[in-house]
Design a protein around this ligand. Structure first.
Ligand code: BMA
Length: 360
């Protein structure tokens, strides 16, 4: 048994964590960012249950990525996803047995610019005592309101009898991602190790203790790293992290080396085994997938050729935005036939499969 870092974790969050631990021994869930919100060449103005992946292979991803960037600004996130619909999609994902994970390309609280607005030491300004701490707290409050509002009737029979109990939907929360790079204002060049760790710990404690959120599973998600000690350099602690994540596009891209990715996956799986947590490839892909057999030729060997690396719980592809910026297949794309072959690999687990796997 593995246990969430939050001693007060809700039962559904704890159950989801256990299920992921069990499934990761033999399967890897497939995920995608914004999979339901739009696809290449298609943006629906309303709520719909559709994804490019399902249009290609008939199956939906099991893990659905979302982003809180621009929360509270104009009703839409940084990539134009309406937050009202996002809530509906997240609830429906949960109802169908899928998993929601949230990243946050948070705007720069010091300058008002976007997440990529770097150059100043922002982190120390949002910590307690900093000039922008109040602004940061109001953003956390908004996120907490959104998360709190994500509920679902826990039992239909009870709810019909008028005894409606609302269950809080568990979320995998993945803040301050890719901090080993310096392209975001929380990146390694823009804050000290101590500041980063303090920011992480402060955020988790605020959401847990002040906002009472116990449905969150926290993913620590650096970009590429050299070795185990580099990976752990800014690690904020076992009591505030549940998933050892990795964002890695490079190793599956043009000049990438599968062996380098496999080595990194081995490291995070080892850590997960050692500390009783999960490991996941929290973002990856090859922009516009210019290789027809990328799925079975590159991704699949990276995920499965090494038995230890194969124990990651999920892999999340980035979003399908437009022909020059997409990380999943779409009908007519040159890699779609190969994606169909990849989707038939029984180790690759989609939403429909995840619901059917027996847990002992
Ligand atoms: C990047 C790109 C951007 C997007 C951002 C946040 O990788 O996809 O277009 O705004 O992620 O989702």
């Amino acid at each position: 048994m593995i246990y969430l870092s939050d001693p007060k974790a809700t039962k559904p969050a704890q159950t989801l964590y256990q299920r992921l631990a069990m499934i990761s021994k033999s399967h890897t869930l497939i995920g995608q960012q914004d999979a339901l919100a739009y696809g290449v060449g298609r943006r629906s103005a309303t709520y719909a249950w559709r994804s490019d992946m399902a249009d290609v292979c008939g199956k939906f991803p099991a893990v659905f990525g979302w982003d809180f960037g621009h929360l509270g600004l104009d009703g839409r996130n940084l990539d134009g996803v309406d937050f009202g619909y996002m809530k509906l999609w997240m609830s429906e994902v949960y109802r169908r047995g899928g998993i929601n994970t949230v990243s946050w390309h948070m705007r720069n609280p010091l300058t008002g610019g976007d997440a990529w607005d770097t150059g100043l030491r922002v982190v120390k300004e949002i910590l307690p005592g900093g000039s922008k701490q109040a602004r940061y707290l109001s953003r956390l409050d908004r996120a907490a309101d959104f998360i709190t509002s994500l509920t679902t009737p826990s039992d239909l029979a009870l709810s019909r009898a008028g005894l409606l109990v609302h269950e809080k939907i568990p979320l995998i929360f993945r803040p301050f991602h890719e901090h080993t790079g310096s392209w975001f204002w929380w990146g390694q060049k823009w804050c000290s190790k101590e500041e980063f760790i303090q920011l992480w710990r402060f955020t988790v404690h605020y959401l847990r203790n002040e906002k009472g959120l116990h449905q969150l599973i926290y993913a620590y998600s650096p970009d590429r790293f050299n070795d185990r000690s580099h990976y752990l350099e800014r690690y904020p602690g076992h009591d505030v992290v549940d998933v050892f994540g990795l964002d890695d596009y490079h190793d599956l891209g043009k000049n990438g080396k599968t062996t380098a990715l496999v080595q990194r996956l081995r490291t995070i799986v080892e850590l997960a085994d050692e500390y009783g947590k999960l490991a996941a490839l929290t973002e990856t892909g090859y922009e516009s997938i210019p290789e027809a057999n990328w799925w079975t030729g590159r991704l699949s060997p990276a995920l499965f050729q090494d038995p230890l690396a194969a124990k990651i719980a999920w892999v999340l592809l980035w979003r399908n935005d437009r022909k020059t910026h997409h990380y999943g297949p779409y009908p007519g794309h040159l890699s779609s036939p190969d994606f169909i072959a990849f989707s038939r690999d029984e180790r690759v687990t989609f939403l429909e499969d995840f619901a059917q796997i027996e847990f002992s």
